[in-house]
Design a protein around this ligand. Structure first.
Ligand code: FMN
Length: 186
């Protein structure tokens, strides 16, 4: 009944992956991410795999695991967009590590479904998604990936919000764009 629907939230996997690069290299990359429905986690894993295939040693970890930054030469941080903003735990991660991040190559990837066009209005709107995070890492490279809407992976409340704004189920992830992305000179 309604009570059950209101209290059940789907369990979303937050995978952690360690990939040793094919060739020994001095670069060790952290890919850390925040997700609600899992699509950003899958994108983070694909980025990790593509970098590992190029020879880098890569760790893919949820920001909720509070990964330490010691030993990494490059840090890649990704978040899903919810109601116009990065997820709070991803913003907190950037804030907490601001000092360390300022001395490292950093890339931010943003996963979203609206404002994906090449027109100026779209570009301005998606740039604003980073307003709460970019001031802490002004040197970071940024990239935007289209995401996925899967009602079965949403909490009851999020499903209500999504349906109220007329969202439809879709998977817009461009795996060639994602796997082909080579951030910060890698
Ligand atoms: C409740 C809700 C609010 C969302 N708000 C936005 C938004 O403001 N702008 C946008 O571009 N995408 C928005 N999205 C789309 C998500 O960013 C997209 O579904 C993304 O792939 C979700 O990532 P995740 O699966 O890692 O949670 C929203 C999705 C939901 C469910």
């Amino acid at each position: 009944g309604l009570t059950v629907a209101a209290t059940q939230t789907p369990v979303i996997d937050h995978p952690t992956v360690t990939l040793e690069g094919a060739t020994p290299m001095s670069k060790r990359i952290l890919v850390t991410y925040a997700t609600r429905a899992g699509s950003t986690a899958e994108i983070a894993a694909a980025i990790g795999e593509s970098l590992a295939a190029r020879g880098y040693a890569v760790d893919v970890k949820p920001v909720n695991e509070q990964p330490a930054l010691a030993g990494y030469t490059t840090v890649i941080i990704g978040s899903a967009i919810r109601i116009g903003n990065w997820l709070p735990e991803a913003i907190e991660f950037v804030k907490r590590h601001q000092a360390t991040l300022s001395g490292l190559p950093v890339a931010l990837f943003t996963v979203h479904l609206r404002n994906t066009g090449d027109d100026e209005a779209s570009q301005t709107a998606r740039t604003a998604y980073l307003n709460a995070v970019q001031p802490f890492v002004p040197h970071a490279e940024t990239v935007y990936f289209s995401g996925k809407m899967d009602f079965s992976r949403l909490s009851w409340l999020d499903r209500m919000i999504a349906k109220m704004v007329g969202a439809v189920e879709t998977d817009e992830r461009d795996w060639n764009q994602i796997r082909g992305w080579l951030p910060v000179g890698l």
